[in-house]
Design a protein. Structure first.
Length: 452
């Protein structure tokens, strides 16, 4: 990288892209880039001194191609003007995953993979290293609430990476220790079917050199990897790492004993509520303990974890009204979040707002979305957020809506949401989606605060 001066990002506002942009900016490179629309994240980048523009214009690309590296996200359309320009004019152009793989080379790489759970688990692992050791550099798929960033930089040669299966990006990583949290059917526009998803995870497993921590029950066998395979579970005592003596308080916070091959950590707590976060804590702790961190320091770190923005993110919690926002955009993620809501608020009327993400995902999982969402008391379903996709004939939110079995449901455009909620009695509310539904979090919170 010594010969480079400029790092240019196409799609700089993405959560993974922005972490790498911040990394190169902190390393002293001249960093700039394009994104389609302004956001809270692009505003933060600009505040930090990174130039961002919002029009597809090759004039913004650094002219010094010999000393410029262009990094792009596969979510960008292949015919996007700036991308075509750099590809046809001799620039060094790499995908985000290749850039992350290059950064990780030569360090102790700890990678968290899985079709869900990886963001919270990787952020928690980063927090454990920050509290219990000399730290780690971390590239996260969400904003840590402890540090208000998706990037942590440390002089300690340890990197925590969220290993993303989209576009097989995680195959650019060769971890020393890795976790696989789930291998559900997802990104079927890339993989076609679940068997190819599992095949990609097995390829990822084959690249792990030291220890591979797999959620109990997943189809990963010792023959799939040269690494030592260990299992983890929420409460299955046949796993190598698991929780027992689980107790939950009225707000959903758990106390538990954490079992690991060398012993038991008594009376652990996680600083965020929900049974799923006990499971995430078991996985993150497994990596930290395998790496050799002090068990009591790991236990202390779990208690001070504040979570990740948009991952079961509690914005209001009173006896009269509670509001949680979550990034969930896969049926299993929604089911898990709703199960957690029911555990925490067993006697409350639960209203969910869901914005489907991608036409292909809506088409492929319409029945599963409907089944998951039918467990709420009231459903507000929004139009599909298309992201990188063009419309598919016959695929709208209605194909989910028509299959939802509860009677109390409504289909809205997102522009109608706030006016509708103004007149809606809210007891416990959760908003779901990976699109731009996050733009409503602050106004919804402010509106509900006025009621309590």
């Amino acid at each position: 990288m010594e010969e480079l001066k400029y790092i240019y990002f196409i799609g700089i506002g993405g959560i993974g892209m922005s972490a790498i942009a911040r990394y190169y900016h902190q390393k002293g490179y001249d960093v700039s880039g394009y994104d389609r629309t302004p956001s809270e994240l692009t505003h933060a980048l600009e505040t930090e001194g990174i130039r961002v523009h919002y029009t597809d214009d090759k004039a913004f690309v650094p002219a010094d191609k010999e000393h410029t590296l262009v990094i792009y996200t596969p979510a960008i359309p292949k015919d996007m003007g700036e991308l075509v320009f750099v590809q046809e004019n001799g620039y060094k152009v790499v995908k985000r995953s290749m850039a992350l793989g290059e950064i990780a080379r030569g360090q102790h790489c700890l990678a968290i993979s899985g079709t869900h759970g990886k963001t919270t688990t990787s952020t928690l692992l980063s927090h454990i290293f920050h509290c219990a050791s000399d730290g780690a550099s971390a590239f996260l798929g969400g904003i840590s609430k402890n540090y208000d960033t998706n990037l942590l930089v440390s002089s300690n040669p340890v990197i925590v990476a969220e290993a993303d299966e989209f576009d097989r990006s995680f195959l650019q990583l060769y971890p020393e220790i890795a976790v696989i949290t789930a291998m559900d059917a997802d990104h079927l526009d890339i993989y076609g079917d679940k068997s190819h998803v599992v095949e990609a995870f097995k390829s990822f497993a084959s690249q792990v050199s030291g220890s591979l921590v797999v959620k109990k029950g997943l189809d990963i066998a010792p023959g799939d990897t040269r690494a030592k395979v260990l299992t983890y579970s929420y409460d299955d005592a046949s796993a190598d790492f698991y929780a027992s003596s689980l107790k939950v308080d009225d707000c959903g916070y758990f106390t538990f004993d954490l079992h690991y091959p060398q012993g038991v950590l008594r009376d652990c707590t996680v600083g965020i509520p929900g049974w799923v976060n006990v499971e995430n804590a078991v996985a993150a702790s497994a990596v930290a303990l395998i790496f050799g961190l002090n068990p009591q320091a790991v236990r202390s770190a779990l208690a001070t974890f504040s979570g990740v923005k948009r991952r079961f993110d509690i914005h209001l919690n009173t006896p009269k009204c509670s509001y949680i926002d979550d990034y969930a955009h896969h049926p299993n993620e929604i089911s898990t979040a709703l199960s957690t809501m029911r555990d925490i608020f067993p006697h409350r009327r639960l209203t969910a707002v869901f914005q489907p993400h991608l036409y292909t995902r809506t088409r492929d999982f319409a029945a599963d979305f409907a089944k998951a969402l039918s467990s709420v008391d009231k459903l507000i379903l929004l139009d599909i957020y298309p992201a990188r996709e063009e419309p598919i004939e016959g695929v709208t939110s209605e194909i989910i809506f028509d299959k939802v079995t509860i009677a109390d449901k409504v289909l809205l455009k997102k522009e109608q949401l706030m006016e509708y909620l103004e007149n809606e009695p809210i007891d416990a509310l959760i908003t779901f989606g990976a699109g731009n539904i996050d733009r409503f979090v602050e106004p919804i919170t402010e509106m509900l605060r006025k009621r309590v």
